[in-house]
Write a protein that binds this ligand. Sequence first.
Ligand code: ADP
Length: 290
Amino acid sequence: MRETWLHTLRAPAPAVAVRLASPEAHAAVQSLAAAPESAVLTTQDLRVYYGSFLAVRDVNLTIVRNRITAIIGPSGCGKSTLLRSFNRMNDLLPSSRTVGRVLLDGQDIYDPSVDPVALRRRVGMVFQKPNPFPKSIYENVAWGARIHGYRGDLDALVEECLRRAALWDEVKDKLDQNGLSLSGGQQQRLCIARVLSVAPEVILMDEPCSSLDPIATLRIEELMRELARDYTIVIVTHNMQQAARVSHYTAMMLMDADRAGELIEYGETNILFTRPRDRRTEDYITGRFG
Ligand code: ADP
């Protein structure tokens, strides 16, 4: 039953046309787009404004299914704004305006027919600071599934999600304890279990380890690698080592002269970190600025 919930809710992966603005950008992701079904999210000339301020300029990016993509770049270059555009979280900020397209499995998520609540089930989010509900560990996981109409065995679902989030063994004897009683790292894994309970396709993570100690950080990284077998993960991180350790692909952003964030390089992580094409990427990853 829970397998049904976790697996069949996911949309099948139709072929997606990958379109990129510049020939250079196209060349950079050709290998990623080799199998059309490998694209899960595609942005086309994406711009995000806050009032009249352009925070993200003309981003064309393809996120590959069942891979971890890291978004890196100096503070303020639009990483979180870009991440939030993948599940329309920016819509919650009245001043923000999005132009261009973001395709999820080929469908434009900014189309008026798309329900943002249903979208955020398919594209879940884990935040910088763990934010469990002030409820029991069990309820933190069960709640989302229940409000989305889950009718199966809730106990089994909670166990499955806590196991997938590598937390079950630590909490199985105290499921009725408040989620806030857990350590920071455990709280973050509980938040991941909560996202898993509604069977997402994509998990967005906005600096998920920045409030954690190195051991808790490594556990989350290990978990991300496990989860990438079944989910697509996009992570914003200011930690270069983390991006290099955990991700398959890296997107490097910078601010232009008007402070608008731009995607300046995108490709396989091991290549971007060892043989970057853009001098500015090299300067950033070697710590010359940022
Ligand atoms: P990063 O994640 O790379 O640090 P952000 O996406 O948070 O960058 O921010 C990009 C730019 O947008 C920054 O100049 C920031 O000040 C601005 N910005 C972010 N959020 C808002 C907001 N809610 N209202 C106005 N400006 C914002």
